[in-house]
Design a protein around this ligand. Structure first.
Ligand SMILES: C[S@@+](CC[C@H](N)C(=O)[O-])C[C@H]1O[C@@H](n2cnc3c(N)ncnc32)[C@H](O)[C@@H]1O
Length: 234
């Protein structure tokens, strides 16, 4: 009896693992109807700052931010690091409008935007094309039945491992304890990454050049614990 039960559980979890692979990991793509100015930014500026993943522009460093939300971190890193070309991926139109607006008003030259699912883009990038990647507070999908939508899973690690250079850093933050645990478990099973922890409390410490995001500020205000991880591509 016991044996039958155990076998059944293994089969179900394998099916779950496969179906989790390409589910939609984001919420809405659109908020309010864009104003005329915002619609013009999407129509005219987005194609100018779009990225062709198969032919990236030359840059001393190429970084990627996945799910930049309102763009606080992306814009701040781009201002501080003009040597780095930063690709931002975000399917949410309002966030893309904010970033395009700042690129235009500040004349930022080192941002490229992909207004879609990052997984499409990762498949088209050449191997070893990225020096750094950020995934800051990916959608938490807290309900048990939605957890399979979480972006950080073994499939994403496989896609990222292919495009990150040796020694490239991948930074991830979350405010959801069980997401942090499943992330660490996925990394533990992926030999192409090592967790760059300098001590047992490392996950509590923001990296030195950290930029607080809007989601992170809300999590702090609500008193939720934040987890900060740095992984190195081996
Ligand atoms: C909870 S928000 C956090 C936004 C921002 N990083 C912050 O900390 O304020 C997660 C963001 O990830 C984006 N996202 C989710 N799945 C994605 C995917 N597959 N590719 C790119 N972005 C994604 C969502 O649209 C959303 O804006």
């Amino acid at each position: 009896m016991m044996r039958v039960k155990r076998v059944t559980r293994v089969v179900i979890s394998d099916v779950d693992k496969e179906s989790e692979q390409e589910l939609r990991s984001y919420g809405r793509r659109r908020g309010r109807k864009p104003s005329a100015r915002q619609a013009a930014l999407l129509r005219e500026a987005l194609p100018r700052f779009a990225v062709d993943p198969a032919a990236l522009p030359e840059a001393a460093q190429t970084w990627l931010e996945i799910g930049f939300g309102g763009g606080e971190h992306l814009l701040s890193q781009a201002r501080r690091n003009p040597h780095a070309l930063i690709i931002g991926c975000e399917p949410y139109e309002d966030g893309v409008i904010k970033v395009l607006s700042a690129i235009e008003s500040e004349g930022l030259k080192n941002i490229r935007v992909h207004m879609s699912d990052v997984r499409d883009m990762l498949r088209q990038l050449a191997p070893g094309s990225l020096d750094r990647a950020f995934i800051l507070f990916p959608d938490p999908w807290p309900k048990r039945k939605h957890r399979k939508r979480r972006l950080v899973n073994s499939l994403l690690l496989d896609l990222l491992a292919r495009v990150l250079k040796p020694n490239a850093e991948l930074r991830i933050a979350t405010d959801i304890g069980d997401y942090a645990r499943t992330m660490l478990e996925a990394f533990r099973q992926e030999p192409r990454f090592v967790w760059r922890a300098e001590g047992p409390g490392d996950w509590r410490v923001q990296p030195a050049d950290w930029v607080e995001t809007k989601y992170e500020a809300k999590a702090a205000e609500a008193g939720r614990r934040r987890y900060y991880f740095r992984f190195l591509r081996t």
